[in-house]
Write a protein that binds this ligand. Structure first.
Ligand code: FAD
Length: 463
């Protein structure tokens, strides 16, 4: 019998296997398909590569502004997909984690098909593997939620982008969260006519209200039709050009038609086929694996990490989960997840990102000062012709500490990393304002915002 079996080789599973082996446990890592999971094969890496193509198209269109004459860029989609495949392979080959896993003696079973529990300590796979372990860590991630309306089989998910042979001339994107917004923004840059449908009152509903509004405005200005509060979907039907969505609101029926309909309405846990009940592992009301603070499931010898737990579904959090779950599985219950500042962002046009509390949330619990510095007022954004956007900083009037930072505009994700470090370090706004950040940079906008907040709080600043 092994000490630890890890199921799923995404970021959570890889880190869990690495940590367990590093602590001396005899460890096996089983995964259905390729090493790397969603992050390497179907999520951030390929999507970010597509977003980079969209960025290059935007930047090519800007060349005239700097006196450089070029023809209008045109996209060869199959060549872009070849580039995506090259990037995915390159990232996988250069993964330092794979080398570490191998050198620590973890036995990796790739392309093993679905794994499932046959008893609380035994895992069998479709490929015929049968392994037993004292401890098991479930890291099987999630999958796109599908709609259950008539004709939903006519819709696609973001993963179907890899199988397209050309850019669809038109697209319905259903769901205005992070994934839907990225799909809409990228394919808009590629020349698709996009209609983005959001059931709620605003796209990007977990972002600060000002961020949602700014991104929706920018999307509309770039030609995307954004429909908030659009009603309820009744059905989809096939048409000569592609697919029609029929929906109704307040008793009135409407329809929208496009070559392709992409559904991005959330993420569900990848538990189907694991036979969790056989092992005594319970799921919560949303279908995610129920865990305690130690990432232990309802079965005391089984742990879970990453998207399968349904908390912040991001790579850095999956990595931390994997580390914590493996530590507790091998050493006993010694480690919990800290309450950390977690920056979140997306590579749309314009980019947006956040860390900490939204203004609405911050006002519920703190007396706050809020500062907004617009991108059209900072040197670097003016130089680069990237003047759409803003940086909003929220600070606590009592402690002067930064509670939240929300950015829309070019390099928003990178800017927010600096804010995350300031929050993690417990910096006051006047501390942040004193740091001579390089000029002219995008991150410099944070210094401006911090100085402005400090002045409002009557704190001493040098500028
Ligand atoms: C379009 C998109 C864009 C994203 N962009 C970002 C981003 O920019 N930044 C970011 O941080 N995060 C991003 N994410 C989220 C990120 O990809 C996930 O949070 C992360 O991959 C979760 O890691 P995980 O290890 O929990 O699961 P996964 O990466 O999903 O890995 C799970 C693994 O388990 C395997 N598996 C599943 N079921 C079984 C089974 N029964 N038996 C054996 N193996 C099984 C799967 O094949 C897979 O290899 C994005 C996601 C999507 C969909």
């Amino acid at each position: 019998m092994l000490d630890v079996i890890v199921i799923g080789a995404g970021p959570a599973g890889v880190l869990a296997a690495l940590r367990a082996a590093d602590l001396g446990a005899r460890t096996a890592l089983i995964t259905r398909d390729e090493f790397g999971g969603m992050a390497a094969n179907d999520g951030p890496v390929p999507v970010r590569t597509m977003a980079q193509a969209a960025r290059l198209i935007r930047e090519a269109r800007q060349l005239g502004l700097y006196g450089i004459d070029v023809r209008e860029p045109s996209l060869d989609y199959p060549r872009l997909l070849a580039r995506v495949r090259d990037v995915v392979n390159d990232v996988r080959e250069h993964s330092a984690l794979r080398g570490q896993i191998d050198s620590l003696g973890v036995t990796v079973y790739e392309r093993a098909g679905d794994a499932r529990f046959t008893d609380p300590h035994t895992i069998e796979t479709e490929s015929g593997l049968r392994l037993q372990a004292e401890k098991i860590i479930i890291c099987t991630g999630g999958v796109s939620r599908r709609l259950s309306v008539p004709g939903s089989e006519l819709t696609a998910t973001h993963s179907d982008a890899w199988g397209l042979t050309s850019v669809p001339p038109s697209m319905l994107v259903i769901g205005g969260g992070a994934t839907g917004a990225q799909v809409a923004s990228i394919f808009n840059a590629f020349g698709s006519r996009i209609q983005l449908f959001q059931a709620g009152p605003r796209i990007l509903p977990t972002e600060d209200e000002d961020v949602s509004a700014a991104v929706a405005t920018a999307f509309r200005e770039s030609g995307i039709v954004v429909r908030e509060n659009f009603g309820e979907i009744d059905s989809f039907e096939k048409t000569p050009i592609g697919v029609r969505m029929i929906f109704s609101k307040d008793g009135a029926r409407e329809s929208a038609e496009a070559a392709l309909a992409v559904v991005a309405v959330g993420w569900v846990a990848n538990t189907a086929g694991l036979s969790l009940a056989t092992a005594g592992v319970e799921i919560d009301h949303r279908g995610f694996v129920r865990i305690d603070d130690y990432l232990r499931t309802s079965a005391p010898h089984i742990f879970a990490a990453g998207d399968i737990t349904g908390r912040l579904m991001l790579v850095p959090q999956a990595i931390q989960d994997g580390f914590v779950a493996a530590t507790n599985a091998v050493r006993g219950l010694t480690m919990t997840l800290g309450d950390q500042a977690s920056p979140i962002g997306s590579f749309t046009d314009p980019e947006y990102a956040q860390v900490g509390l939204t203004e609405t949330k911050a006002r519920e619990t703190h007396d706050v000062v809020t500062v907004v510095v617009r991108f059209d007022s900072t040197t670097r954004t003016i130089i680069d012709g990237r003047t759409t956007g803003f940086c909003k900083l929220i600070a606590d009037r009592a402690t002067y500490k930064i509670l939240g930072c929300h950015v829309v505009g070019d390099r928003a994700v990178e800017i927010t990393q600096v804010a995350a470090i300031a929050i993690a370090a417990g910096m006051r706004v006047d501390d942040l304002a004193q740091i001579p950040l390089s000029f002219p940079t995008y991150a410099g906008i944070l210094g401006r915002a911090a100085a402005s907040a400090a002045r409002q709080l009557n704190l001493k600043v040098i500028w």
